[in-house]
Design a protein. Structure first.
Lengths: 258, 258
DNA sequence: GATGTTTGTCGTACAGTGTGCGAGTGGAAT
DNA sequence: ATTCCACTCGCACACTGTACGACAAACATC
């Protein structure tokens, strides 16, 4: 669309000395609307109505809806509270970021569907990344590994949380009881996986348990596994302590795209 | 919307004995359109035009656009080729799934923006999960850890790949040269992170390197870290070998939502 | 004070979107 | 011959993002 690859963050915001509409008020109202009614309910006209102004007035302060979404996205990143990297230690900071981000995404489910969509380079996202890099550097990570390690953590958190949130909101939107959902899901799995007998048995085992708690445990498990793996790299700085890992398997090209 | 929580996969597809339009032809054509022109270009009218039929004819075979997207999503999962879990071994299977999924997402960039959006429970996604569980069970994972471990792997792969794809397509859409983008990005970072002096220096170091290759290395690093961490759990079955990890930090509630 | 200029608001309009509805088609079964 | 059924499709509705240009109010300059 735009040729020199611009983003909200490069362009100056409107002077903002104004008495009426302002960029931050727009963003706040948009977040409220998103939180209250979900991502589908956010239209410029509805937002304008909530602001008590015309729909197209918004375009004076914000270039496009996409840009507005970038702004609210960064607001979500701003909501994770960061500990002092010196006091919390490496693992503490990592855990805080992980759970903070996870909780922020649960608090704003619409953000989960946007997170893979556009690059997160707003000031709050950058500050979060900087904090994490700081903590990881204190821990002893150097050079490229520093970036790799923090990227890995963020990747896991996002990849684990986004589908969870998707599930949760999908359930919430259909007003079925959790009972019904469980039954329907089991039927689905049974129907679709009848030639994978292990699956249906295992899925049956879930019936008794609380799904939310189970998912939290799963998150904990994956997170501490990843952190353990990272910690192991601190001992052997430039190699994979358990070998393999850097050789691509069975005819799969690694970095064939781009 | 629908009260008993239905999904495409529960409902029988239309008998499909038809000569004309059919569910699979629709899905194939939709994929072609998506691959060629991206996710914004997929509208029912355009799809109908490509099929040589009216736009609303599609609704006989497919309940809604959402359902259609679920179908094409599963087709993507079907594209990752799975090795024989017996022959490839645990780590081999894990690597194959990871790179296979990653490559599939790069081959169909539109899928990356859909992946966090709706639960993946189509037959191909289920088969992939079953294969992975099989391999992980052979490796020695049991009970809940079996699920946790495979979920962790998928989480990392998705969370690492989706933003990468998002970046790549964002760049592709703006017809800027990679040079321009680099310069603009650096300016962005510099502007936004001027109180994080470490960041801008580190970002400068990237200028010489190939971004794609760098990202592939990052993926490799995170993946092998996670696998190492998982492998460590095989030795100490029911505890975290490096302690911590299951206690939530500094006043952050763990599973407070849902 | 008069005159331009910037800053900001908004109504209208355009080209699209997903999809409900009901009318129409052809072939098969009665 | 008639009834039924699997399909196809045109129309219409409500709604979307946003380009454009007409306004108004605040401010600068003469």
């Amino acid at each position: 669309m735009e040729q020199p690859f611009t983003s909200v963050w490069t362009r100056e915001p409107r002077p903002a000395k104004s008495p009426g509409l302002g960029r931050d008020q727009i963003v706040r109202t948009a977040m409220a609307l998103l939180d209250a009614e979900g991502v589908d309910a956010l239209s410029m006209r509805r937002l304008g109505a909530r602001l008590g102004s015309g729909a197209t007035s918004i375009y004076w302060h914000v270039a496009s809806k996409d840009e507005l979404l970038e702004l609210v996205m960064d607001e979500v990143f701003g909501e994770v509270s960061l500990p002092d990297p010196g006091a919390a230690g490496w693992r503490g900071t990592a855990l805080a970021v992980a759970y903070g981000l996870r909780n922020a995404l649960f608090a704003h489910p619409w953000a989960a569907s946007l997170i893979g969509t556009r690059p997160a380079i707003g000031p709050n996202a950058v500050r979060l990344a900087a904090r994490m890099l700081d903590a990881f550097e204190r821990a002893g990570f150097r050079e490229a590994q520093l970036d790799y390690a923090s990227a890995a953590l963020l990747s896991f958190v996002l990849g684990a949380t986004a589908p969870e949130v998707a599930w949760q909101t999908a359930l919430r939107r259909s007003e079925a009881t959790e009972e019904e959902v469980l039954r329907a899901t089991r039927e689905m799995v049974a129907q679709v996986a009848r030639d994978h007998p292990g699956l249906v048995a295992r899925h049956k085992a879930y019936d008794a348990k609380d799904i939310g708690a189970e998912r939290a445990l799963s998150f904990d498990f994956g997170l501490s596994c990843l952190l353990d793996g990272l910690e192991a790299r601190l001992a052997a700085p430039d190699g994979a302590p358990r070998q393999t890992g850097t050789s691509s398997p069975a005819g799969q090209a690694r970095s064939d795209m781009m």
